[in-house]
Design a protein around this ligand. Structure first.
Ligand SMILES: *[C@@H]1O[C@H](CO)[C@@H](O)[C@H](O)[C@H]1NC(C)=O
Ligand SMILES: *[C@@H]1O[C@H](CO)[C@@H](O)[C@H](O)[C@H]1NC(C)=O
Ligand SMILES: *[C@@H]1O[C@H](CO)[C@@H](O)[C@H](O)[C@H]1NC(C)=O
Length: 472
């Protein structure tokens, strides 16, 4: 039977990005692929990218769509992500089941679906897949270190370490193997801070922790050398893992070797402002602070002003991405001190969205002030840019702890963002600690690069994945 993979991403920018890259890699390897996007994601992709032309080159590829259960005009912002999960549960789950049971993807293409690759946060896909007897390989687009804390949640509950009251966040966590010397309550995923196990997000994670090990396999966006200390433990629960990251580099290596033009590859859901590059070109090498809190996170007006003061007080130049809806609340232009406006004119570039990978690769960038999303973290690592981490949600609290204490490639300022902290962190990374951070980064740039060339570990795992898919 010809292999036909159904890819089903979580409808958020990061996961969609990774899944589309995987989809294209599979197409290049001669596997038929159907990507099931929510209507909303598909609309955004069609508006801002050339996905149709890009994927139009593959005769074995198709897009399908499904409702996310929310009205068209719902903003789907980070602060309302629970509504998205409710919509998925109420509407998407039953519709998906109906689609699979009726075999609709199979009848529309020449071949029936032989493997499903869903996001790890979709336990219901495993239930449906068991019903229709199709194997599932989960793709976890969050970091392996945070996924590991998810998988250990039942242990933590049994050991009485979770739930906890949020008053003392510096207590060390003991039941996550591989992290006992450095992981504090504060460094667990944000939703572990709820003191009630019945909390809906905690329940989502518990379900995920139970379903992921039951699947046929697990794809991770990392490379062996980066996460070896965690992977060795994870493999006791999930023996069949494929570490194919950094997927954006694996992707590039395959496109080049297939000599396909890389002219305009974007999976961005917003319009990207490319005039930032002429501004960056005019800056001194390694002198600019790049600030972005990603596609979901937000900051209050107070935090926004603390960031702004801190950046200006650091005396450095900065490129600041202020995504639409990322500032929660309103402020009056009269509230803005004249000094901030004037200094920003001299030293700052503010815009709504940029092509991040290319920005991080620009020689002018000296530090990335980030929300520590996994995709952003990997991009920063691979471009050798040290980080200041201000994590908000999901895996970010764990990622930032690994950045500061395990990989030693940045500073973690979680749970604070007053102007003094920002100013000090910028100066620390740009001046005081620069050389040691760069030294550790250099090693990961090299090891990460090796993993996606010739017989590197990620290439080998990717080839094994292809072989598995063809055999199932
Ligand atoms: C890439 O494609 C999009 C959508 O077709 C277009 O809006 C954008 O200007 C293109 N970017 C470049 C750099 O060509
Ligand atoms: C990674 O995420 C950032 C921020 O969410 C986005 O700007 C960027 O395009 C993503 N990069 C890739 C390669 O998917
Ligand atoms: C890009 O950002 C600059 C600086 O904020 C702004 O002047 C320009 O209008 C923006 N361009 C687009 C196409 O949004």
């Amino acid at each position: 039977m010809a292999p036909h993979v159904l890819i089903f991403p979580l409808p958020l920018q990061g996961p969609v990005n990774c899944m589309l890259k995987l989809a294209e890699l599979l197409c290049i390897s001669g596997i038929s692929v159907t990507v099931l996007n929510t209507n909303h994601i598909q609309r955004m992709l069609l508006r801002h990218t050339n996905v149709l032309t890009r994927f139009g080159r593959y005769l074995n590829f198709r897009f399908e769509t499904i409702s996310d259960g929310l009205p068209d005009d719902h903003p789907r912002t980070g602060d309302r992500v629970l509504e998205l999960f409710e919509g998925l549960k109420a509407v998407t789950e039953p519709v998906f089941r109906e689609m699979m049971v009726s075999g609709c993807f199979s009848s529309k293409s020449d071949a029936p679906v032989t493997v499903i690759i869903p996001d790890g946060v979709y336990p219901f896909v495993l239930d449906v897949a068991e019903e229709v007897k199709i194997p599932v390989i989960y793709f976890e687009t969050i970091s392996p270190c945070a996924l590991w804390t998810y998988l250990c949640l039942p242990n933590m509950v049994a050991a009485g370490e979770v739930p906890f009251k949020s008053n003392d966040l510096d207590v060390m966590i003991k039941s996550v193997p591989g992290t006992v010397n450095f992981l504090r309550r504060r460094d667990l995923p944000s939703f572990f801070r709820f003191d009630d196990l019945a909390d809906i997000q905690t329940q989502i994670v518990l379900k995920e922790a139970r379903s992921v090990p039951r699947a046929y396999g697990l794809i991770l966006n990392t490379f062996q050398a980066l996460d070896a200390s965690i992977l060795v433990h994870m493999q006791t629960l999930c023996p069949n893992t494929y570490c194919i990251g950094p997927i954006h580099k694996l992707y590039k290596s395959h496109l080049t070797s297939e000599s396909i033009l890389l002219s305009n590859v974007s999976n961005s859901l917003w319009e990207e402002n490319i005039t930032c590059f002429s501004w960056l070109d005019s800056q001194v090498p390694r002198s600019v602070v790049y600030v972005s809190i990603g596609s979901m996170a937000g900051m209050t007006v107070d935090q926004f002003f603390e960031f702004w003061h801190g950046l200006v007080n650091s005396g450095k130049h900065f490129l600041w991405v202020q995504r639409p809806c990322s500032i929660l609340g309103e402020y009056d232009d009269n509230q803005v001190p004249r000094r901030l406006v004037e200094e920003t004119k001299k030293r700052g570039f503010i815009t709504t969205w940029v092509p991040q990978e290319a920005v991080l690769a620009h020689s002018a960038i000296g530090v990335f002030l980030t929300h520590s999303g996994w995709n952003s973290t990997l991009e920063s690592i691979m471009e050798g840019v040290p980080m200041i981490c201000w994590p908000q949600n999901v895996d970010q609290q764990v990622n930032s702890r690994f950045v500061s204490d395990v990989w030693k490639i940045g500073i973690d300022i979680k749970d604070t963002c007053d102007r003094l902290t920002i100013e000090k962190a910028v100066k620390d990374v740009m001046d005081v600690k620069r050389s040691e951070l760069i030294e550790s980064l250099r090693m990961f740039v090299e090891l990460g690069g090796q993993s996606v060339t010739e017989d590197g570990s990620s290439i080998m795992d990717f080839n094994r994945l292809i072989k598995t898919i063809k055999s199932l």
